[in-house]
Design a binder for this molecule. Structure first.
Ligand code: KG4
Ligand code: ZN
Length: 350
């Protein structure tokens, strides 16, 4: 049998995306539309996101099919992000995919958005497969897990409050930097000196051991408060303009140090030095460099290129090829689920 041709659809947040994937890594067409309507609000407005998906999705799918001159009738399965994400946004993709699968009488495959981020690096590097320790850092999630095999994951740590991407987005707002926040904090930080403003490393004490419940967990809300207080001081002293890049650099360093230190704890505890970085924040170069250098020559780091690190439908189709190979086909009555549980994720205990 030839490798299946899967049409993937992603609409969980503010990217409308479609991809046509042959087998596990041959991307025949891939279209990603980043919604810019949210920029003036400084964050994603859920209703606007859903409306934009609705008006763009037909064209985005057409653009993904076009390079291989394929039509919907050629695909072997239709895959869609069923959750987690913004419910209205998810519903647009799920309804579209259900209708498409029904129209051409093909199986529908439901994909978990965060599991799909785990598959992104494998689209570009065939060795990016389990076992690995994965740090998934996005706008809504911060997860540290041990992937023993595809579909078999052990959760080691997660955030107790804000996600890492959310911390970057909030920092951008506090610093009057443009949306989307992560890339603009990174850009500002490149011009700054991180040693001028030191911020706390949340839940990172040197005398912690793996039995401590916060050993692998994250918390970013205190860091956000510390940042806001520093910015207020500088604003009052009329020094914010000259210090902005240095503050951004200090903030980024605190987040990166925390993320990398916790990941290295997971490497040590599991004995697995293959590390995968996934989710939108993994596009951050400072994070990649720090992880790479602290992992050292004995470790191996897998990351996707920036285009496949952000939300995209190629990773949805790739995750679906795994689910389809196990015969996991969604019910035609599939519903979107904003808090969909991570499939195969077992909690804790190293
Ligand atoms: O995975 P993703 O594209 O969407 C979600 O599933 O949430 O992640 C988006 C998040 C946003 O919070 C964005 O600010 C952050 O990833 N991000 C970054 C960078 N690029 C995107 N954070 C830090 N540095 C970046 N270069
Ligand atoms: Zn994502």
């Amino acid at each position: 049998m030839t490798a299946p041709l899967i049409l993937g659809i992603e609409t969980s947040c503010d990217e409308t995306s479609a991809a046509l994937l042959r087998g596990e890594a041959e991307i025949l067409g891939h279209s990603i539309l980043s919604q810019d309507v949210h920029a003036i609000y400084g964050g994603v407005v859920p209703e606007l996101a859903a409306r934009e998906h609705l008006s763009a999705l037909d064209d985005v799918v057409r653009a993904a099919l076009e390079p291989s001159r394929s039509s919907l009738a050629d695909v072997d399965a239709v895959a869609v992000t069923a959750g987690p994400g913004l419910i209205g946004a998810l519903l647009v993709g799920v309804c579209w995919a259900k209708a498409a699968a029904f129209a051409v009488d093909r199986p529908l495959v439901a994909v978990h958005h965060m599991e799909a981020h785990l598959f992104s690096p494998s689209l570009e590097d065939l060795e990016a497969t389990p076992p690995f320790v994965a740090l998934l850092v996005s706008g809504g999630h911060t997860l540290l897990l041990h992937a023993e095999a595809w579909g078999r994951y052990r959760l080691l740590g997660e955030t107790r409050d804000d996600a890492a991407g959310e911390a970057f987005d909030k920092a951008a707002r506090v610093l009057d930097l443009p949306y989307p926040g992560g890339p603009s904090v990174e850009k500002a930080a490149r011009e700054g000196d991180a040693t001028r403003h030191r911020f706390p490393r949340p839940m990172l004490k040197s005398r912690q051991d793996p039995s401590d419940p916060s050993y692998f967990d994250f918390s970013f809300s205190g860091l956000k408060t510390a940042l806001a207080a520093r910015v207020e001081e500088l604003r009052a002293a009329e020094r914010l303009e000259e210090e902005r890049a240095h503050v951004a650099a200090g903030f980024q360093e605190a987040v990166v140090d925390t993320l990398v230190s916790k990941t290295l704890r997971a490497v040590e505890a599991t004995g697995c030095s293959r590390v995968l970085l996934g989710g939108g924040v993994s596009a951050n170069r400072a994070l990649k460099w720090e992880m790479e250098s602290r992992l050292g020559v004995d470790g191996r780091l897998f990351t996707a290129s920036p285009r496949l690190s952000m939300d995209n439908a190629a990773m949805i189709a790739r995750a679906a090829s795994f689910r389809l190979s196990r015969g996991e086909i969604a019910d035609p009555e599939l519903n979107a689920d904003a808090t969909l549980p991570f499939p195969g994720l077992e909690r804790r205990a190293v």
